[in-house]
Design a protein around this ligand. Sequence first.
Ligand SMILES: Cc1cc2nc3c(=O)[nH]c(=O)nc-3n(C[C@H](O)[C@H](O)[C@H](O)COP(=O)(O)OP(=O)(O)OC[C@H]3O[C@@H](n4cnc5c(N)ncnc54)[C@H](O)[C@@H]3O)c2cc1C
Length: 461
Amino acid sequence: MKILIIGGSHAGIAVAKKVKSLSPKTNVTLIEATDHLGFISDTINLMLQGLISKDNIAEGEVYTIDDIRAAGVDLHLNTTALEIDYKNKKVLIQESTHSTEELAYDYLVLAMGSSSFEKLDAIKEHPNVNLLTYKYPDETLKTYEALQSSQSIMIIGAGLIGLELANSFTTRPSQTINLIERADYPLFRYFDKEIVEILMRHIPKNFHIYTNQNFYELENTTDDKIRLVTWDDQKITADTCVLALNPKPNTHIVEDHLDLNPDGTIKVNQYMQTSDPAIFACGDLVRIPVIHDNENSYLPLIGNARKTGYIAAYNILYGTSKSYPPSQRTLATKLFDHYLGSTGITATEASFSGYDVVEINKEYHTYAKYEQERDFHLYLKVIFDRKSRELLGAQVITNDRVQLDLINIFSVMIYHHDLIDQLLEVDTFFSPEINPTRNTLIDIGIESLKYHNQTTHHDDL
Ligand SMILES: Cc1cc2nc3c(=O)[nH]c(=O)nc-3n(C[C@H](O)[C@H](O)[C@H](O)COP(=O)(O)OP(=O)(O)OC[C@H]3O[C@@H](n4cnc5c(N)ncnc54)[C@H](O)[C@@H]3O)c2cc1C
């Protein structure tokens, strides 16, 4: 069997490696348009924080040519897929400037990822405005250089990637950072407002966040800067403007043949199979199911790219039998010296999806009576459905890295469709020197009983 994969990044490499580890004799060819293998787009932040030098940008890549070839994959770098002959199952490819050739396949895997950011009306109307991006190494270097020499920076998008970029400037008080966000608060996709409000108390003075910005104009000024004019006529001028928005899937070579969703992602079934049974798609090209959410979501993250890749590989080898397990949408980040984590859906989304939402919001500060020096701040929010009592989501903001692991515990519980009451059924350790008499999980479980339909005797617990 011949498997041909287009795109040698996180998803494409996951497919190639999984196929070769499960079935070493299967013929796997991987073609990648650049000479990079699995670049981590967050690398720019490591460069701005001085953790990777610009001469060592390759440190931002997860794999090496040797890794992939050692796995037995036939790897073609600097090779672009130009066209697909679906009837005869062949792909027309071109290596650098060489002449074209055709590669045959039994199964084709699309892993072309995403690149140019979603089209903003402001950009369509002003195509000459120089807007920078940083998904791949070349654009990362260019954007890094521009940011280093800018006194004022405008970042369009105050979601996770926009705030992570802004965070890299916390130790540079001489640079002004303007964040432009269309929602009414930053990070709205993963966090409810009160969590973000706690974070906002810690943003540096040289940061300005403009929310509810759906309509604005972008223009070049005569002194070579970029000006954004908001709908209410505020004018924000910066030396450099960076786009930190949801990327757009690279589907142009298949859009005449495969079924697409309205957002441009490729339609796949639960096995990552497209509307053409010989073609699978994964990574940033597809939407995935999210637990407790009625619709599939576009969640372009490395973990999801790999997971969709593994599922595609398995189903190609063994027939369509392994469904994509719904994502808990678990993530964490560090912003302005605070750790934030989220799993499941937010309270806003849960209400929107028709759940009768109960929220428990609690703060914790102490490990144990005898360990005062390790005190911390933790704000924990847990969301469950009043009727079924099923856990729907959890969010934390804390200054203590250890507390962030609570999110992984809730993620596992949400994966198993656990009820909030099960917090009181699991064993948790207790030792007076290292934890309080009532630990966080038990405390949330007890708190949830206030919302129980039946009368419960708290003293029984
Ligand atoms: C600024 C930014 C920061 C991010 N930070 C994080 C983070 O911290 N953590 C996280 O989990 N996720 C992060 N992400 C998301 C993450 O980068 C993507 O989810 C991930 O790269 C998707 O992997 P992929 O393999 O699907 O596609 P991509 O990484 O987009 O790769 C697709 C590959 O296909 C190749 N290709 C495309 N067309 C062709 C063709 N016709 N022929 C041959 N090759 C082709 C491309 O050259 C590319 O190498 C970030 C994204 C951005 C934009």
